[in-house]
Write a protein that binds this ligand. Structure first.
Ligand code: KIV
Ligand code: ZN
Length: 500
């Protein structure tokens, strides 16, 4: 019988810390339910003491899911633990994840403390958490740069205090796979609780040097039996280890004899949902879920794949839920077909919102031949702009080679119509200049990406923007078959988020 790796998903905590990726509670519940259907064992739902929004989301996620353990993060601070306990009160299975920095760097500069005092604080936090919860995970922040002998002492002490899982994070993404493997092996050999099965060793890697998945797998091969991951590898800075990469690497390498509870056929839908809700495009060459992950363009590859698909494919795309032959929706598709596809993508809509999405679907289907999953997710999330006080009423742009572009625009600002026109060195520049004539604030465009959702020239363009205003960055999103309109919508999305 193979060993089982516990999958601990932190998309809604570490992943959600990424600027611009914040979700509201309804969206978090949607992701949590999808993670449950995917088969993750633990959902890290948030850091309740960090904000009322996080606190509320942990409560609602606890109510919404049944099978996974719902976990809440805390610092090694009693008040954090109290708040986490309150947030987890409705969870059917709950876990408190508490911890403290253990590297000399953290001990000295972050805590102005000593190694011995850090052990005392860690032990006190775990003992306190155990008063409310049988399932307590301890994290040794910056374990990747922590001295092994000291780390083993910390882990030994927290396990004795009641920790049932010990998380060894490579917080800064510093380690090399070989180095991380040695660290995990050292802990497996020097902490009896791991070999005796009294505690689980967990790995949590960041991707600053592009080694998060390699380090996680090295840790698993060395004995870790929980991996902390996110969908699409999203997370602070360069991100976390991606769930889909770890799970599929284990599926492909049967010889390791380690498997997970993940229903791999739900991977692709989950990836699309997270990307769409978090406004975080997946790079086309991303392993397992990128648009090109299974696309063969070179003649040699195509020839081989036609003769026997295994010549160049180590995974069947259908195993991760990508089915090129799945029915594409068109203008002739009915409401039931749309509802079915939405459900497959993890979105369950009641009749009224479904009617609205269906109307938008028909409008889009008039403009492009085939409606893809990304289009559907975009339409289902379109009501995110419902609370906007500034909206685009109309936009007309004249542009062409050798001409200076001219844009005319009407904006609805809290019910009042404002109009302006401007020129620019291209259609987007002209449109944004017109917008700035109406919205007279000192705003600077910092980042601007346009991505076509799939293939044809009739496709929907998705625009992601970052606008700086009053010393802060705001993230916006727009999607339209007209990329100039999508760009203006993304800019307006940013403006609607400005702190008053
Ligand atoms: O990367 C890290 O160290 C973390 C801990 C808070 C678990 O995310
Ligand atoms: Zn982390």
């Amino acid at each position: 019988m193979n060993d089982r790796l516990i999958i601990f998903d932190t998309t809604l905590r570490d992943g959600e810390q990424v600027p611009g990726c914040q979700l509201n509670t309804i969206e978090k519940i949607q992701v949590a339910k999808q993670l449950e259907a995917l088969g993750v064992d633990v959902i890290e739902a948030g850091f309740p003491v960090s904000s009322p929004g996080d606190f509320h989301s942990v409560i609602e996620i606890s109510k919404a899911v049944t099978w996974p353990i719902v976990c809440a993060l805390t610092r090694a601070v009693q008040h954090d633990i109290d708040v986490a306990v309150e947030a987890l009160q409705h969870a059917k299975h709950r876990r408190i994840h508490t911890g403290i920095g253990t590297s000399d760097m953290h001990i000295r500069y972050k805590f102005n403390s000593t190694r011995e005092e850090i052990i005392e604080r860690a032990v006190a936090a775990v003992k306190y958490a155990r008063r409310f919860c049988d399932d307590v995970e301890f994290y040794a922040e910056d374990a990747g740069r922590t001295d092994d002998e000291y780390l083993a002492r910390v882990v030994e002490a927290v396990v004795k205090a009641g920790a049932t899982t010990c998380n060894i994070p490579d917080t800064t993404g510093y380690c090399l796979p070989d180095e991380f493997s040695r660290k995990i092996r050292y802990l497996m050999e020097h902490v009896d609780a791991f070999s005796a099965g009294r505690a689980v060793l967990s790995v949590h890697c960041h991707d600053d040097l592009g080694m998060a998945t390699a380090n996680t797998l090295a840790g698993v091969v060395a004995g870790a039996r929980q991996a902390e991951v996110t969908i699409n590898g999203i997370g602070e800075r360069a991100g976390n280890t991606s769930l889909e990469e770890v799970v599929m690497a284990l599926r492909c390498h049967h010889a390791l004899d380690i498997d997970t509870n993940i229903n791999t056929q739900r991977i692709y839908a989950t990836s699309r949902m997270v990307s769409s809700l978090m406004n975080m495009p997946v790079q086309p060459n991303k392993a397992v879920v990128g648009r090109n992950a299974f696309a063969h363009s070179s003649g040699i590859h195509q020839d081989g794949v036609l003769k026997n698909v295994q010549t160049y494919e180590i995974m069947d795309p259908r195993d991760v839920g990508i089915d090129e032959n799945s029915i594409l929706l068109t203008a002739r598709s009915g409401r039931a077909a749309l509802k079915h596809r939405l459900q497959y993508l993890g979105i369950d809509l009641d009749d009224d919102p479904l009617d609205k999405v269906y109307e938008a679907f028909l409008r889009l289907a008039d403009q492009k031949k085939e409606i893809t999953d990304d289009d559907i997710l975009m339409l289902a999330g379109a009501d995110r702009a419902a609370t906007h006080t500034i909206r685009l009423d109309y936009l007309q742009v004249t542009t062409g080679m050798g001409l200076r572009s001219v844009a005319a625009m009407g904006l609805n600002v809290s019910g009042e119509r404002f109009e302006a026109s401007a020129t620019g060195n291209g259609p987007v520049d002209a449109a944004i200049n017109a917008l700035k004539v109406i919205i007279r604030r000192k705003m600077t465009l910092k980042e601007f990406t346009i991505q076509a959702i799939s293939k044809g020239s009739d496709d929907v363009g998705k625009v992601h923007m970052q606008v700086e205003y009053d010393g802060r960055l705001y993230y916006g999103f727009g999607a339209n078959t007209d990329i100039v309109t999508a760009s203006v919508e993304a800019y307006i999305d940013c403006i609607n988020k400005f702190k008053k």
